[in-house]
Design a binder for this molecule. Structure first.
Ligand code: PLP
Length: 385
């Protein structure tokens, strides 16, 4: 086995194995119901699978265009204009990428120089800070208020400095399941108006907003769309997280720089899957019905938990339900998450792992992108604790 014995200064000294890998592994070891990692335990639509096969068999197996297959870029631009009112130029302002994580990383590679500050809201999705730091940037954290996970706009204002290069927002939000309101978007627009701050808007859960509310895309607000990278993921929308497919939208000037990096980072995303997604996107109902689909799962899970000592926090979007456990245990959330998996057979994610300095909140995140049978069995165990 080869071994490297010279000094190596890590660019990401704080990064280890992610909690998602740890909890999924633990769940497997203990045969636990896995409500930890955010992926469905059901398959995607057979029609979508058939389309991928169709395009592979049709021989579309070589490099597609660097920015993405034109018909898929057209389908994305058409959807975004119809839903959010912003017209993105297919030639220059839409790029198909291998997943949203990649889109965010490449946006950071495009924007961040050593010493630049990038504002993040905490709790924050775990890929954001490393994507900033690996490019020499400095994450600047603004805490979402607890327990409603709202945005303290005064704190945002205080955190903006001449070094602020970008701000990463995420609505609907993982891990809090909170969403931006139209007023939040107006506040952001107003605060950034006299700055050069670029917004990287992670909208991977754009089609999973509950209770009749609308997704607040930055594309709805011209002043924000003009300064934003929008990143979305087909993985979340079509139950195909393993395909790692997404798209990025930005004004032409920003996108031209993004594509310079993209060209040498990966060059292209999977070709036959792009053709399949382009055809599948013609069925609007597949993404427009997603919110109702997941709302039913949320409500099923909550009903099955009624009477439990775990107390639900609002889940306004995404496929996550956070539960407070103040009445159950004094343990730290990381300890309880491990014990629940080992001793009770249900795996979750401790929300403190999404913080740099974990607060003492007693909250676990449960993923309800699962079959009703899985949710019922998970809720039954939780109700007995
Ligand atoms: C907020 C958020 N952004 C990005 C991603 C990653 O998306 P993708 O699998 O397309 O890279 C996830 C997946 O969990 C997520 O929750």
């Amino acid at each position: 086995m080869p071994s490297y014995s010279r000094p190596l200064v890590s660019k990401l000294p704080r990064v280890g194995t992610t909690i998602f890998t740890v909890m999924s592994r633990l769940a497997q070891e203990h045969g636990a119901i896995n409500l930890s990692q955010g992926f469905p335990d059901f398959d995607c639509a057979p029609a979508l699978r058939a389309l991928v096969t169709k395009y592979i068999n049709a021989g579309l197996n070589q490099y597609p265009p660097m920015a993405g297959v034109p018909r898929l870029r057209e389908a994305v631009a058409e959807k975004v204009e119809r839903l959010y009112g912003a017209a993105y130029d297919v030639e220059h302002e839409v790029t198909i990428v291998p997943g949203a994580t990649y889109g965010i990383y490449t946006a950071m590679a495009t924007l961040v120089r050593p010493g630049d500050e990038v504002m993040l809201f905490e709790p924050a999705y775990d890929s954001y800070a490393p994507a900033v730091e690996v490019h020499g940037g400095v994450p600047v954290y603004v805490q979402l208020t607890y327990p409603d996970y709202a945005i303290d706009w005064q704190a945002v204002q205080r955190a903006i400095t001449p070094r602020t290069r970008a701000i990463i927002i995420n609505t609907p939000n993982n891990p809090t399941a909170s969403v931006f309101s139209a007023e939040d978007m107006r506040m952001l627009d107003g605060l950034l108006r006299d700055t050069d701050v670029v917004v990287v808007s992670d909208e991977v859960y754009e089609h999973i907003v509950f209770d009749g509310h609308q997704h607040q895309s930055v594309a709805r607000i011209p002043g924000l769309a003009d300064r934003s990278f929008i990143v979305s993921s087909f993985g979340k929308t079509y139950h195909v997280t393993g395909w790692k497919m997404g798209y990025v939208l930005a004004p032409r000037e920003l996108m031209a720089e993004f594509r310079k990096v993209h060209q040498f980072n990966v060059f292209v995303a999977n070709g036959p899957i792009q053709h399949a997604l382009a055809e599948y996107m013609q069925d609007r109902d597949a993404y427009l019905s997603l919110a109702a689909f997941y709302q039913r799962k949320r409500d099923f899970f909550l009903k099955a938990l009624a009477g439990s000592r775990f107390v639900p926090l609002p889940s306004r979007g995404t496929f996550f339900q956070n539960l407070r456990y103040d009445a159950v245990s004094d343990e730290r959330d990381t300890d309880l998450a491990v014990r629940l998996t080992r001793e009770h057979g249900v795996a979750s994610i401790p929300v403190s792992v999404f913080y740099r300095e974990p607060p003492a909140h007693k909250v676990l995140r449960f993923c309800f992108a699962k079959s009703e049978d899985t949710l019922a069995r998970g809720a039954e165990i939780l109700s007995r604790i």
